[in-house]
Design a protein around this ligand. Sequence first.
Ligand SMILES: C[S@@+](CC[C@H](N)C(=O)[O-])C[C@H]1O[C@@H](n2cnc3c(N)ncnc32)[C@H](O)[C@@H]1O
Length: 458
Amino acid sequence: MKEVDALESRLACPACAAAAIRLSELDGRCGECGTFFPVIDSLPWLFPEPEVALSEWRGRLHLLLEHLSREAALHRRDLERAHPGELTRQRLRHLASSYEDQGRRVAELLAPIGLGARQERYEVHLALGTRLPLSQGLTTYYSNVHRDWSWGEEENRVSLEAVRNGLGALDPAGALLVLGSGAGRLAYDLHQSSSHTLTVALDFNPLLATIGQRVSTGEAVELYEFPIAPRSIAAHAVLRRLAAPAPARPGLRFVLADALATPFRAGAFDVVLTPWFVDIVPDPLPALMRRLNRLLPKGGRWVVFGSLAWADRPPAECFSLEELLALAPEAGFEPMLQAEHEIPYMRSPASRHARLESAVCACFVKRREVEPAARPATRPDWLERSDVAVPALPEFREQALSTRVYAFIMAMIDGQRSIRDMAALMEQQRLMPAADAEPAIRRFLQRMHEDARRRADF
Ligand SMILES: C[S@@+](CC[C@H](N)C(=O)[O-])C[C@H]1O[C@@H](n2cnc3c(N)ncnc32)[C@H](O)[C@@H]1O
């Protein structure tokens, strides 16, 4: 079976759930609801609303490029203004030119998704960004790229061994789905070290998926690594050649999609692997497990791999391994095997920062069907849709007032007034007694100053 057919025969429309997607090398369409799925740079965009996803990621690409060019400008400015010593000049020059070069490289790599001319200003994005934090930017897991395809041989080998032991033999006619595959090395290694028909590497980040896709077809991509704790001046920005040991054998497919609204039919995969994934998605684990159940036939396996480091969620949802095992039967799974592995993690040779993680690899077998969980209502309707009235909630009114106060303070900055002058004006406007206003303005200005210098994650 051709690769595209092997994938197509497992697809279901993420918008209407009909098993009616026609997919070619060029594009895809749902025969039922008519949703159009672009295929860009060999990557099918299989989101429920592909155009919305495309526009969001284009916006983040635009922001990332602006950010890189601002970093370059900041370093050049310090070169001129700070009168640094020769070594510091070397570092600033090296970083400035690396940021510029990285911008050119990222723009070229992602040119196929189309940047277009954006109307909005960087400042507008920053302002909105502070209100609506984008927890997943293009570079959120950027260091994975270098670990996967440049210096991470040992880490990749240990991870592969751990997962291979957990999932056992793969049926040669079978299909493996890797959810949240990132830059794709584990999916590639599993595909290469087995003879099964199809491995689908699914992620929603086009930078990571594009790199995985290109590199695994034998192309080399060159991008900079900016290590956390550089060992030397040169190590502040290292141009890395990202390449696979060999082009992948047929049957490895990268797709862009939302793991919480997967574009697949029920029972489409023999094995679903979630590496370093279940603890970073907003879906509570019991709901996620039900969603995974649907993707497998009875007897199919789910393999969870990672350190179970839950963040930003209610305490009752930060599950330990014991709870995970106990929850499994309710989601139709029987726990089969668990093992702990010490894994070196993100040990870049250019950085003094590195981690050692204890990762669990647990394998479950699907024993019965369960009712799938409804799509998580993480956002209310008025946030999800553009045509629903935004309610005038009390918290919005409060924020509107404080935003006006912020704007008032910022407008007082004219290059002449001191904090004391501003506090006096605040008192005149009956906003606050001057004695209270002085420390409050100082704190506010300090925060604004720090915010402006903070590096954003795009
Ligand atoms: C911690 S990283 C792990 C990446 C990879 N599995 C690895 O081990 O290197 C989590 C990955 O999940 C992806 N991800 C997060 N939420 C997702 C979603 N709703 N749909 C698809 N991918 C998602 C991120 O883009 C990221 O690549």
